[in-house]
Design a protein around this ligand. Sequence first.
Ligand SMILES: [Mn+2]
Length: 261
Amino acid sequence: MTQSKPLSAFALDFVWRTDQGRVRQRNEDAILVRPELGLIVVADGIGGSMAGHVASRLAAETIAERLGRGPALRDNAEQWCLYLQTAVEEANIAILRYAKEHSDCAGMGTTVVTGILGWEWLAFAYVGDSRLYRLRAENLTQLSRDHSFIQEVVDQGFFDTREDARRYGISDNILTRALGSLPSVAVSVETVEIATGDVFLFCTDGLTGMVPDDWLRQILIAAESETLSVAADALVQLANEQGGTDNITLALVRVGERLSD
Ligand SMILES: [Mn+2]
């Protein structure tokens, strides 16, 4: 009898939430989590159009469909990095094509941050300012780097931090890359090793624009001993208490005990 190999050497827990927030008329974020595939997609629909929710949903579904057809084995992180990149590029094309065929969707776009878990690694890809963080040994690290104008002026040395740039009046929400704007998109892709105790947070700016990194860290530290869903609910609640001016979407993945070698 053949038994299929699990996708990861570690036990993995997933929880996810999406919330309209307190101001927006609708939720234009999309979230798609497939624990059986070890797949997470978070997208934030944008564009002055009415169709942001169409773009974010299309991105999530295209990526999930593409990766669902990948090989069962999860030993080669670099290979899966390429699959992820291709899937995000396909999502970009799918959005452009849909917008061309549906005039009410003209100009729609979306950010995306997506990850796939393998044997001892997480491969992730992103475009725009939706983020991926990792909590490890009580340190919170932002693994993604925003494709935004405010991040660019910081990277170029005009300001030391995003906080400084913001105080100077630089807007938070000008993206330098998004899906759905050009036929070719530069996708950022990377892999990291995973270890017992890691907590990964995928989220839209409706969370990070409301809740400072240090608060995220405190809640995720508490999640190491409590259940993940308590932390997820706390994050949504906090973003709403802080104003809830945008849709709030997040996924948490906790890496548990090592199950096999
Ligand atoms: Mn948003």
